[in-house]
Design a protein around this ligand. Structure first.
Ligand SMILES: [Zn+2]
Ligand SMILES: [Zn+2]
Length: 338
């Protein structure tokens, strides 16, 4: 049997091709992909921003599906299980892995970035990356588990207190997820700041946050601020919004070479706390609980669904920022999947 997959062959070039049927290694399972999200990291990867040595590659790191084959050494999962996939790959042996900091692994990788991902009908993944979804799990929200796990990790780093105001800079997909999770933790009122009217409209419609243009929050100071734009100017504004003794989470992915001016005096005198968070660390189980409890509020973030064959149209929508979370659902156009 041959498997349909999106193959990125060079920067800016991807097409739907048939790839060999994935075989599970001893400790792996093969998943029939039910859905896989598209995010900004994928756009970065497809444009060659993570390096040309990534090609050719099947992207896709926000997936869930049904196990259809298991390797000879798999014990905790069986054919028929529904699972979501944590894409993080840690070596488990380096100093940072041994200290429990696997997302800082010297050999860090990810399914869909350093090995074939889930923009495909089937994908092989390590059993250890699978998180079982029971029959009652809200499947329509399952593809949000990976980005929610990243957001949970971010809030684990920020540790915001309930009933105190927060600002999220950036109303992209992650900004909206973070705003929803802050509210779910009782943090608030939450304000989302974004220069784009369409995104502010989405933020107002899909969250309980107040949406503001950056010019409308000049002079505002709050104890909890999340930078989720990835732009250096977003960082500067986010830092300006932090109240004395306040906390800033740097969640957005800025260009590695970007630099901004920071006042060391202000960090000192105002006792500012600035933390970063990178991907997922011990946060996937909490994401499963979070998505289950808040599915009714998270599911509307899925605003577009495309078959593999329509990957070009799907990517255009993500680039244009006209969707919140776009999913690839193999067979969607045929209505073949449950
Ligand atoms: Zn992602
Ligand atoms: Zn390691």
């Amino acid at each position: 049997m041959r498997v349909r997959a999106v193959v990125a062959s060079a920067p800016g070039r991807q097409s739907v091709e048939h790839i060999p049927d994935p075989e599970p290694a001893a400790s792996e399972v093969v998943i029939e992909v039910r859905a896989c999200g598209i995010c900004g990291t994928d756009l970065h990867l497809l444009s060659g921003g993570l390096g040309d040595d990534r090609f050719p590659l099947v992207p896709g790191h926000e997936s869930w599906g049904e196990i259809v084959a298991v390797g000879t050494g798999v014990h905790d999962h069986r054919v028929g299980d529904l699972v979501a996939v944590d894409p993080s790959l840690h070596c488990g042996r380096c100093g940072r892995c041994l200290r429990g900091q696997g997302n800082m692994c010297e050999d860090w990788g990810a399914i869909g970035a350093t090995r074939p991902g889930a923009w495909a009908e089937y994908v092989a993944v390590p059993e250890a990356n699978c998180h079982r979804l029971d029959a009652s799990f809200p499947r329509e929200a399952a593809a949000l588990l990976e980005p929610v796990a990243c957001a949970v990790r971010g809030l684990d780093r920020l540790r915001p207190r309930a009933d105190e105001p927060a600002v999220v800079c950036g109303a992209g997909t992650m900004g909206l997820i973070l705003a929803l999770l802050l509210d779910a933790r009782g943090v608030g009122p939450v304000t989302v700041v974004d220069p784009h009217p369409a995104r502010r409209e989405l933020a107002a419609r899909l969250t309980d946050a107040t949406a503001r243009h950056p010019d409308e929050v000049t002079g505002l100071r709050v104890p909890w601020v999340v930078e989720a734009t990835g732009h250096p100017s977003g960082f500067t504004q986010a830092l300006d919004l932090v109240d004395r003794a306040g906390h800033l989470l740097v969640f957005g992915v800025a260009p590695p070479a970007a630099r901004v001016e920071v006042s060391p005096y202000r960090v000192y005198a105002d006792e500012l706390t600035i933390v970063g968070s990178m991907a997922i660390l011990h946060s996937f189980p909490a994401a499963v609980d979070t998505v289950r409890r808040h599915a009714a509020r998270l599911t509307p973030l899925v605003t577009a669904t495309f078959d593999l064959a329509d990957i070009g149209t799907a990517l255009d929508g993500v680039r244009a920022g006209t969707t919140v979370k776009t999913l690839i659902v193999p067979g969607a156009s045929r209505g073949a999947r449950r």
